[in-house]
Design a protein around this ligand. Sequence first.
Ligand code: ADE
Length: 495
Amino acid sequence: MNFYVMTLFPEMVEQGMQTSIMGRAMKKGLLSLQAVNIRDYTEDKHHKVDDYPYGGGAGMLMQAQPVFRCYEEIIRRVKEGVSDGRDGAEAEPARPRVVYLTPQGERFCQPMARELAKEEHLVFLCGHYEGIDERVLEEIVTDYISIGDYVLTGGELAAMVVMDAVARLAPGVLHNEESADFETFHNDLLEYPQYSRPEVWHGKPVPPVLLSGDHRRVQAWRVEQSKSRTQARRPDLYHRYCQKQFFIQFMIKKGKIQHMDMIESLRRGRGEIVQATEDGVVVRDGEAKVYMLAAFQESKAGEIIQWLGEVEDGWQYVLHQECLLGPLEQRLLSSGKLPYPGFLARKCIMPVYLTVYTQGNARHIRKDLEFQSLGMEFLEEVLGHYHLAGGTYIEERLRSGNLYGAFADGCLAGFAGIHQEGSLGMLEVYKNYRRQGIGQALEAYLINLHLSMGYTPYGMVGVENHASLEMQKKMGLCISRGQAYWVTLGESHNA
Ligand code: ADE
């Protein structure tokens, strides 16, 4: 992950980021930070970067010219640092996201941190004085972020807050013992209270349940503590948590297996409810760029599609009822995202069944195979064997440690993984190893992995993939009665 900060105070940013975990990650090469001084790019002979606002008013404004040239320099550095790594040719990178820190931005939160952590390059623009000329903001800024409803003297501290929250989510930055999986803001609840030695301190004993050794009781106690603490300290978060729980129960009633992707997305704290009524629910997973939609009233399908807001490039949609397909096509057509009517049905829809492991008990794992998360050194090999998802998607899944290999006598015999939105998939067993139960073993391994994280394992399988459906049935997974529809306009990743 590479951070670029456009600032008038580069030393402040560099010094602030060089200590502790961030410093360690930079030394290890997991992160890089370039703080670029906007003043170095002014064309003013006195090195001025600010001027009076037209129309009068208090204070000075940062001018467009030095900010824009500084931005151009950063784009040059991004391009210079990016090559596709295969034949030495330069690959054209997508324009990096540029975050302007401002009290007028969207309030920063953990899902935003997770979304930003997906980017390879992130540019931060720190304002000073009374702000920045609007015209350059219009040209370069992609995200406006505030860290809270108060006004700082500049954006540097805010940029450091955002970088810290984003960087710790990058693979390898935290050690296992510092894991970001279960922590404050996981699933909208604050973290439960924690205790370490001694057993009694200042006459206060550690809550006895924590010494009981009963893992289930400890878990239950922690959840209760999280709830009561959140209710007391953050009623706003608690309200959101209760709303989520309500709609999870509602969707379970409407068809637990059919809606398991939405249910799990909410349970795991990934997805956010965009809107929910008894007519339907729309869940947005910003990190995976997936919208999941359910319509419980066919006549309201058109209205539910309107909940999506602006149609952005690169998003996928999982529609849980067929009645949503027509209105989505209309919506995409009117936003200019489809070349002609009928294109959606012909090219972009993949009908799937949901498969869910509802039993809760871990599967037996064969002892003669070894399983491990595959590193980037397996990229070529995996791409050579798997064609149902695009190369950049597979590369990202490998980089983030979400593809697992089964090794027989030290040789890779097959792999499977976890999709961005959380479903199990990407299963492939190499030709010479087929019909030996290796697919089942991989599936069992991933099921156990998800069970150990407290998740309900699920997958989405193409309705014509009879072999996979048969295998999943044999392993005790439930298959949804109805189909769901994956809609992908660009590169597909569901399989
Ligand atoms: N710049 C000044 N105040 C800020 C805030 N609250 N959040 C983000 N950037 C800022």
